[in-house]
Ligand binder design. Sequence first.
Ligand SMILES: CC1=C(O)/C(=C\N=C(/Cc2ccccc2)C(=O)O)C(COP(=O)(O)O)=CN1
Length: 456
Amino acid sequence: RRSWAEPYKIKVVEPLKITTRAEREQAIAQAGYNTFLLRSEDVYIDLLTDSGTSAMSDYQWAGMMLGDEAYAGSKNFYNLEASIQKYYGYRHIVPTHQGRGAENILSQILIKPGDYIPGNMYFTTTRLHQELAGGTFVDVIIDEAHDAQSLHPFKGNVDLQKLTDLIERVGAERIPYISVAGTVNMAGGQPISMANLRAVHQLAQTYGIRIILDATRAVENAHFIQQREEDYSSQAIATILREFCSYTDGCTMSGKKDALVNIGGWLALNDYNLYEEARNLIVIYEGLHTYGGMAGRDMEAMARGIEESVQDDHIRARVGQVEYLGQKLLDWGIPIVVPIGGHAIYLDAKRFLPQIPQDQFPAQRLAAELYLEAGIRAMERGIVSAGRNKETGDNYYPELELVRLTIPRRVYTQAHMDLTAEAVEEVYHNRDRLRGLKMIYEPKYLRFFQARFELQ
Ligand SMILES: CC1=C(O)/C(=C\N=C(/Cc2ccccc2)C(=O)O)C(COP(=O)(O)O)=CN1
């Protein structure tokens, strides 16, 4: 079997600074042991997020020079609208500056206080916007998704019994929509199968309940459908994506992931009346309905990024790089979430650091240690990210206590992956000496972004 290589060559590079351990000890202490508070210049390999960190192509950069910065009616908006309609299949498009812009508008037009929004595992910003609109998120994902070691090929699947139970308990009129994410970030970038989404669609139709897709990484989800569902093994990614979206009534989108841009997003809706409401809120929160918080050049880059993102060679290489890193770690016995996800490797901090109780933030500690070891920045995806129950104020104690090594698209080489694997292995080798953290500053919302910690 011939090795695979990236379907692109590199034309522009950004030199990276390599720091000393002493410099990193100072930097992480000043950052309160929170990788979000590190300066980018103090980071060697930045695996914090795949959001907004991808490299654009020459085709996209050329598009940046074609920015029509007219306040209203920019031609780049119509190019973007056409690209979304072509590849995602939705009828009406409302541009937003990024995913949260779409989540804010969607929540305001669809959620009433006392509503329930079922979804396949929570996502931090999505759930917060649902709660700010007076809704309650209800997790209806299959149980296997909460088990880091389960090899279920589609851990993003909805448990139809859990969904039915909720609908029977609260009534369909209290459920403005079902929130489906493909892939599921907090479960480890895990896909939902086409068969399951089709079944959710059929169930939703019997109750007259809408489905809104979080399409942020739906192209990666299409890759797993192509690889793991036999009916789709010979279908193109673009074809799979269109069918996937056709089972939903609209989507929120962070273009900063699949769509290969540094800023951008949208809210897509098939229902004209909902679109009209969303379009009216855009002029309050995002600007005009033909730019939604983006410059013309950003819309052009995203229109072109969408086209590139659905190419089979691109997505195979993208997910292939994640699999390459994950397989190395599995071969060395490092505990990670399986199956390997689409955009990141998730270290299982519960198994990595069993000596640290969850309320001393093992994933937070592990992310800090990886930075100290090699200047590699990862993200805590455990108890700190899970936050507090909005009613009781108690910490959530999630099954999954993870450190996410998130791979930006078209940025790092295989050598960076090799070095990352070696650094993780080194930390694993010395893991017994690590102790917990205590939180010394806790923000009210999405605390993981700005919280500060000290060594126990
Ligand atoms: C599935 C999904 C996402 O992953 C997503 C953003 N992800 C991000 C960025 C992020 C957001 C919140 C906490 C930490 C990191 C990621 O690092 O994974 C958004 C919001 O989009 P936005 O950032 O453009 O507002 C909606 N849905």
